[in-house]
Ligand binder design. Structure first.
Ligand code: ZN
Length: 125
């Protein structure tokens, strides 16, 4: 019985073996510093503090996380790749495209959290 458990444990912690093809993709990503990121998330992070203040709600970290999570769950994801040079231009064009949607989602999320905050006393201090 004990031996059986041990065997299960070792198979759980075994590292995932990549095929040569998978390994090549992995290496290419690491070498070229290619990033894939969600522009909608970046915009939401930039705007959340401002909107929470404007909505005159609690701005503790718990409430900020809740607002972000609720807003991001209601928004589409928009992943883009970035090579360092293009990143800025690309992000700005997406910003214009998604800014309003993100602001509306954040405001709705603020209302939800404001109505029933999840923070505890120690979060607010
Ligand atoms: Zn709070």
């Amino acid at each position: 019985m004990a031996e059986e458990i041990k065997r299960e444990d070792s198979s759980n912690t075994a590292s995932i073996k990549l095929t040569p093809h998978q390994q090549r993709v992995q290496d290419a990503l690491a070498d070229r510093h290619i990033n894939v990121f969600n522009v909608v998330e970046i915009i939401a992070h930039e705007k959340v503090a401002d909107i929470m203040v404007r909505m005159e709600m609690c701005t503790c970290s718990k409430c900020a996380c809740d607002v972000l999570a609720i807003a991001l769950n209601s928004l589409p994801t928009k992943y883009v790749t970035s090579d360092a040079g293009k990143q800025y231009i690309q992000l700005n064009s997406y910003k214009r495209q998604f800014e309003t949607d993100v602001e509306i989602a954040l405001m709705k999320a603020c209302l939800t959290v404001k109505e029933s905050p999840n923070h505890k006393e120690e979060d607010i201090k």
